[in-house]
Write a protein that binds this ligand. Structure first.
Ligand SMILES: [Zn+2]
Length: 250
């Protein structure tokens, strides 16, 4: 295997994730929810605002892509979670999302997903909510007893519909010939996510999101080293891969 890992540039996608329904991205409840609710959302420890961890968004995109490509779930990650990971550097999933197969054959992820925080506007709107918790709402999710029909309400905390998070995805250009395909795969998974769900309780209506790509920047390596200008890509609702490739090669 060739032991090289060039960075030829970065493609930076930024925009908004708009919650069309309430969003629940759970915190691990150890220690956090003593005396509190069963299903808290994850919050920034300093500001106490809910956010979308980059790892959650990346994990969701990856799992959609694994399934879209019908990959074999060959790796056990604990907690009954199986996923795909291999050491083939041509694998479209692993070259984009990375793989740590051990034995010196790790494939670093070409995609970095930043944590997504609430927009200023959402912060100010949500701070007016009066639900007892900052920036969120409670929803009682019922599970119906099949015999008695008695409801068993289980509260879940959600970021309310309408809230907007600001996301940033950074793609590292390593191989020119993969650029278009990788970015088109990424764009396809962002679209698929809109018809799927982010966070918990998707089958019960939570986590429907709209993803708006607002800015696409290409920074070739010369931008960092020689001060070359960055290139703003005009996406115009179209094909991300082709639009970026045209600017990158042009
Ligand atoms: Zn793979």
């Amino acid at each position: 295997m060739e032991k090289k890992k060039p960075i030829k540039g970065k493609v930076i996608l930024s925009g908004e994730i708009v919650c069309k329904t309430g969003l629940h991205i759970g915190a691990s409840d150890t220690g956090l929810s003593i005396g509190g609710m069963d299903n808290p959302v994850i919050r920034d420890p300093l500001t106490k605002t809910p956010y979308i961890p980059g790892s959650s968004l990346k994990g969701k995109l990856r799992s959609l892509f694994e399934r879209a490509k019908d990959m074999e779930f060959n790796k056990y990650g604990g907690n009954n979670i199986y996923r795909h990971e291999c050491s083939n550097s041509e694998c479209p999933v692993c070259r984009l999302f990375g793989a740590s197969s051990g034995s010196g054959k790790n494939i670093p992820s070409r995609l970095q997903v930043r944590d997504a925080f609430l927009s200023e506007e959402s912060l100010s709107k949500l701070s007016e909510l009066d639900e007892g918790l900052p920036y969120t709402e409670w929803k009682a999710e019922n599970s119906l007893d099949r015999i008695t029909c008695a409801a068993n309400p289980r509260p879940i905390e959600r970021v309310p519909a309408g809230a907007t998070f600001e996301f940033e995805l950074v793609y590292t250009i390593e191989k020119d010939e993969d650029l278009k395909e990788d970015l088109n795969n990424l764009q396809a998974m962002l679209r698929l996510l809109e018809d799927d769900a982010l966070g918990g309780g998707g089958s019960r209506g939570n986590g429907r999101v709209e993803i708006k790509i607002k800015d696409v920047l290409v920074r070739k390596i010369g931008h960092y080293i020689e001060g070359e200008d960055e290139i703003k890509v005009d996406l115009d609702g179209g094909d991300l891969g082709a639009s970026v490739e045209k600017e990158y090669k042009g």
